[in-house]
Design a protein around this ligand. Sequence first.
Ligand SMILES: [Zn+2]
Length: 262
Amino acid sequence: MDRKEFFKRLVVDLPLYSTFNTLRDALFNALAVEPRKPMTRDILVGIITDRSYNQTIDDCQTELIRTFVKPEDEYRLYTVSTSCNIDLLYIVNMSATSVPKEGVIDSDKAIAAHQMLIGTVPESGGPRTDYSVICLAEKHELMTPAKYPKIIKHELVHAAINHIAADHSDIREFIRTAKMIRNGLSCIEADDNLPVPVEYEFIELVCNIVPYLSLPVKKENGIDKFMEDAVSVFGYDEDDPLLAEGIAIITEVKQEAESAAE
Ligand SMILES: [Zn+2]
């Protein structure tokens, strides 16, 4: 499957936009109502203990959290269940200046990271729930107020894609190819000495741009608006050939879908 087919499958055949919209509404509602006060250490420890017992957290997620939240750090966390059967555990480290690799902005120190555990179908036959962990380093030197919500949304698109991929082997295969070369032995550490596959860059672009496309009626959104933010918010190089290629692919899919709908 090539990049165009990957994007078309996700947004035309499969519900990437609506899954992302559900996650965004659920998380941003939680962020609006919860106080922004640091929490005590035992809350995080308790959640990890409970989830380990219930098998709703895996080793990669535990490793991510343990590497990311040091005992002396101040943090807040949000647990959100959503109607699209994705459970979010969102951890904001108020002290950290970076998260372990695999982040959103092109830098050696990432601002955010995401890990998902694909759940199991319950014996009752009900729907499967998947468990997503998102970590954000609030004190990262590249963090700005404009980037903050964009980074959270980027990670939510990763969660939505992984959730959909669990049921679709072609999507899964595309992601596997993209990550295979990039990730070495560790589940959270990407190896910068290895070449970055075009598929990897494309998935990152999709995660950046989907929030601009998922609600087409909003006038502040769209590909043009994303292009205005591409350099200043997302750190793209203006002449990046992969950005131009990716945008051309996404535009093509969007136009084909629109003309098919007419
Ligand atoms: Zn990403």
